[in-house]
Every structure is written in structure tokens, then in C-alpha cells.
Write a protein that binds this ligand. Sequence first.
Ligand SMILES: Cc1ncc(COP(=O)(O)O)c(C=O)c1O
Length: 466
Amino acid sequence: MLTIIEPFRIKMTEALPITTREHREKKLADAHYNAFLLNAEDITIDLLTDSGTGAMSTKQWAALMIGDESYAGSTSWHNFEKSVRDITGFKHIFPTHQGRAAERILASTRLKAGDVIPSNSHFDTTRANIEFIGAHAEDLLTADGENLYLDKHFKGNMDIGKLERIIESKGVARIPFCMITVTNNAGGGQPVAMENIIAVRKVLQKHKIPLIIDCCRFAENAYFIKEYEPGYKDKSLLAIAQEMFSYADGATMSAKKDGLANIGGFFACNNDAWADDFRNLLILTEGFPTYGGLAGRDLEIIAVGLKEALEYDYQHYRHATVQYMAKRLIDRGIPIVRPAGGHAVFIDAAGFCSHLKATDFPGIGLVNALYLEGGVRAVELGSVMFGRVTDGKEVPAPRELVRLAFPRRVYTQSHFDYVIEVLDQIWKDRAAIAPHTIRKQAPFLRHFTAHFDQGKVAIVSQKKAG
Ligand SMILES: Cc1ncc(COP(=O)(O)O)c(C=O)c1O
């Protein structure tokens, strides 16, 4: 059949707030024009993030009920450990409360000031945990990966030449490990080819530098490899994931993505000394090594979720959903990053709002227009998130993107049709998207809490959501 359906039916529903434009105008003004400060009860379709926002399956809910809450050595821990080991093959496995806890302990136990950690692109929490120690996080994306509109697969690949040059110039002693993020969230959710992981491994092996995979979206990456990399079409997603991990020495994971869980993460590795150091700090800061900051029921949910994320029909439908949205936006001439990534569609807000300068924060204008027009929440990845203030002046980010992230198994096709209609309307009225100025901001991570003023341009038509 040509129609790719959601491979599940719905047993429990959660009402969506359907609001009026007048209500949204008031709520957005109350939130100081920062969508992070809106309450979920005022949002119709929430595409802020795919992290921890997924829906659990009946099997996960059933597993939750058998959660063993024993402090040490619980059955749930053994189920979790088995599931992670079946997929990754690693010797030592440690649960953490989420991905950044694994990153923090890894960075604290292995890094010192002045060290250098190469990656295709570090996610912002990974970068922050590395820089917190005084080490440097280096992004080594290929030129293809840096080109927003190049419609080519595997734009998450690491540039092997850049990797060789950084090892040469910084010296092996300053590189305690190298990372590779699959898929590459910071770079538009673009996948990494198996061929590239193997090539990275080969270079690192020569210098005995360990490879750590940031594997939050390992199953989405495995799907891209199966579909688009020669030689993998007859392999299962599990076999592809196992092969990916076989080239690595360890992994950090946020189970809020391809663990299909609302919370959780893990660190896994083969090195006994690394494991000893990790265990000791885990006990100090997260919990006993058989629960690591999670409840037994969370461990059960993740044990099941990791396997469900590797089901072909699930990945096939998820990929089709992102492609469905991307194609319809491209057909309307809406500028988006190409090809669409695994978990999100990224809109080029600078291209969308060509009447606005970077210092007008076009991404914020577009995010707010989406909310005002249809109660849809997205996130700006542009000059508010990545820009800097130097000598009292705004230094814009290189790109003005808006991300529409797809929560897992939450919204159906008609929800995405609705989002497309909202975007269509805003696109037609794009000259009306308002400029914004920052009234108040924090010294770091300002996007979360900044207060904005909206400029004069009136936005779009009066309509009721739904
Ligand atoms: C690639 C990547 N690494 C690490 C993290 C951090 O995970 P967490 O939010 O669970 O701390 C994220 C979260 O979005 C991510 O996308």
C-alpha cells in the first residue's frame, strides 16, 4: 500500500486545548513574547522538542507496573542492563537520570582544562559539560553538512581530514576521547553513515583515541543507514545499531529520545578503569549504580522503549511523517533545511522573514506568529539562542532557524496537516511578521528566560484554532 499509516491505534486520549486568537495574544504578552514562558495548557500543538515528550506503548505501561523499586540489584535494573547490552554490546552500563548527567560524569572523570574533544557537532549540553571543565569542544562537520540547502544524505558525517588535522595540531595527549552524535541534532538531525563511523574509528585507532557515541537517536540513525546507505537494506535496525556500537568504546544516551521514555539516560563503556571512575561519581551524584537516579519503573520503560524504537514499522512511519511535512512546506516555497532530519523540520527564518534583519530576531518573530496563528509552539535556533552580546552590541548567529520537533507517537497526520495550514497562512502574510527586541536577558542561555518587546507590524488574520 502507498499510504504509510501510524502503526498503532489509540487507547487513551489527552484533550488538546483549542484556544482563540484573543486568548493567545494575551498569553503571549503575559509570557513576554517568549514561547518558553507559555504554559502547556495554552498550546494546541507542541513541537518545542522531541525530548521526553513521546507517548508510551501498552507494553511500556505494563512494564511500568512491574517496576521493582528495590534500592540495589532490582529486577528492573537487570532488565534494563540486558536491553542496553543486547543493543550496544558494552561491558559496563550505568543508568543516569538523563543524557546530560552521563555527559557531566564522563567529562568530570576523563577531562582536564586544555583538553580537546572533537565531534561531528556537539549538542549544547555536551559542549557545556566539556567547557565547564575548561576543555574545548570542536565541531568537525563536513562542508556538505554546513550547507543548509544541499539535498544530500548523511550530512551529519564528520570530516575525516579535519579530524586528522586536529589530532596532528593538538596532539594525542590532549584528546582523551572523540565523540560522534547520531543523528546530529545540532546540525539539523542529519544522520551519520556507517562508512563515516568506520573511517572515524580507523583514524582514532591509529592514535589509540577512544570513540564515544552520543547515541540519543541511534535508532533513527540506523533507519537512515538501512534506507540510504548501500549494503544495509536487508539488515535489521537492531543489527545495524549493533554494528554502529561495535566501532565505539562507549556511549552517552538520553533515553528521552530513542528510549521512548519521558526521563532517563545511560553511560556505557568497555574500559574497566573508566567504569570504576564513573561508578564512584555516579554514586556520589546520581544514585546507586543499579538505579542511577531513576525509579525501577523508569528502567523497565526504557528497557522496552529501546527495543520498540528499533521496530522497522515505527521508524518507517516516523520518517514518513517528517518527510510528509517537509515536502508540503517545500511545495509551498517555504525555505527549510534539506533534506529533513530524523526528528524535526528546520525552517530558515531569515529566508522566511526576508523583511527582518538578524537583530530583529526573525526566528522569534516566526515562533510567535506560529503561536498566534494556530497555538503551535516551536523553538528558535538563531541569534537569540546562539548570538552573543559584545561591547553592548548584538553579534548575530550564522543562521536563523526555527525547529519544529516531532514528539514520538503523539500527533497524527491531521495534526501535521493543521500545522501545515498554519504555516501556509503565515507564509502568505509573512511581511506582517513582527520584529522583536530584547527587554531583559540572563547572562547565559538567555533564550529560556528572555523578555521581548514585539515591534509594530500587525500579524495575520483573526481565526480560531482547530
Ligand atoms: C544529541 C543530544 N545529546 C545530548 C542531549 C542531552 O540529553 P538530556 O536532555 O536528556 O540531558 C540531547 C538532548 O536534546 C541531544 O539531543
